[in-house]
Ligand binder design. Structure first.
Ligand SMILES: NC(=O)c1ccc[n+]([C@@H]2O[C@H](COP(=O)([O-])OP(=O)(O)OC[C@H]3O[C@@H](n4cnc5c(N)ncnc54)[C@H](OP(=O)(O)O)[C@@H]3O)[C@@H](O)[C@H]2O)c1
Length: 287
């Protein structure tokens, strides 16, 4: 008789408490949806706009079959004082957190010659510094109930843009690709640093998924159909893809997965350039 646990027990998050940054829309909303459907008792979502958080929470709490609830805690996590306030707000409602999906992110596109320091600061601050500061402030909450057999989880959202695929030309995203490579490495560093507290840290590196942030770039690079046809598996990302991987990385099934980056792009990062240009044919940087 095999000692393997029942499969539903391996791939669910019963009674777990989760936090999703950037949970009001896009990939963060897919993550929050997946976590509620897989059994979380509470999923706190945050973004800057209180009304967007409220709307998302309303939609999440009306999903059929969920037993937990979504809770809105708006905050601008690009600001250290807001991270502190956000964590204090969480502590008013819970004494621990099992899963942190550090997902909020921003991008900036401009021609090489007109790049300014502020484009670096905005993107690096939210995509890298705030991830570190949030994990640091939340470590006591994440460590509270974490054990060898039931570790807590940090999941960061990086991007295949941090592996391969460099948007150039009029929309060169220098700080974005650098920030995503940085957050992948930061996640591995956190996996080592937080191992004694029994917190596993992994990163998801998505390719193109339709979202408010990605839609403009998707249009610039030929539209969804074009990008889908170019991709190895013939499509771009959909809601299920992100939700399913977040649930896996939060569930018992991934209890021995630590410090990895999982590309979620149908294999696109293995060939060519995710931005639709063939190898060696990137447009010349405008000076
Ligand atoms: N979609 C893709 O193709 C793709 C591919 C690779 C990686 N990613 C990554 O996936 C993550 C989510 O992106 P998305 O595509 O889902 O974009 P999105 O739809 O624009 O969502 C971004 C989320 O982050 C929130 N946010 C932005 N700035 C914030 C701040 N300072 N404090 C708190 N929340 C903030 C936004 O809400 P507010 O505006 O209300 O603050 C929103 O909820 C990002 O890290 C992105 O880099 C996306």
């Amino acid at each position: 008789m095999s000692a393997i646990s029942p499969i539903p027990a391996l791939f669910s998050t019963p009674g777990k408490i989760a936090v999703v940054t950037g949970g009001s829309r896009g990939l963060g909303l897919h993550a929050a949806t997946g976590l509620l459907l897989s059994g979380c008792s509470k999923v706190y979502i945050t973004s800057r706009k209180a009304s967007a958080c409220e709307e998302a929470v309303k939609a999440l709490n009306s999903i059929k079959g969920i037993h937990g609830k979504a809770i809105s805690v708006p905050a601008d996590i690009s600001k250290p004082e807001e991270i502190t306030r956000f964590v204090q707000e969480l502590q008013k409602d819970t004494d621990h957190v099992d899963i942190l999906v550090a997902n909020a992110g921003a991008t900036w596109g401009a021609p090489y010659g007109s790049w300014k320091k502020e484009y670096w600061d905005k993107v690096m601050t939210l995509n890298v510094t705030s991830v570190f500061l949030l994990v640091q402030e939340m470590t006591p909450l994440l460590a509270k109930n974490a054990t060898v057999t039931d570790p807590s989880r940090v999941i960061t959202t990086s991007s295949v843009a941090g592996i391969k695929g460099f948007s150039t030309g009029q929309n060169a995203t220098f700080s974005y690709s650098a920030s995503k490579a940085a957050v992948m490495h930061l996640t591995k560093h956190l996996a080592v640093a937080l191992a004694p507290q029994r917190i596993l840290c992994n990163s998801i590196a998505p390719g193109f998924f339709p979202s408010k942030m990605a839609n403009a770039l998707i249009d610039i690079y030929g539209g969804l159909d074009h990008l889908a046809k170019k991709n190895l598996n013939g499509r771009v990302g959909i809601e299920d893809d992100f939700a399913a991987l977040v649930v896996f990385l939060s569930a018992k099934a991934s209890g021995h997965v630590n410090g990895v980056v999982i590309p979620l792009d149908g294999g696109g990062h293995l060939v060519g350039d995710i931005f639709g240009e063939e190898e060696g044919e990137a447009p010349k940087a405008k000076l």
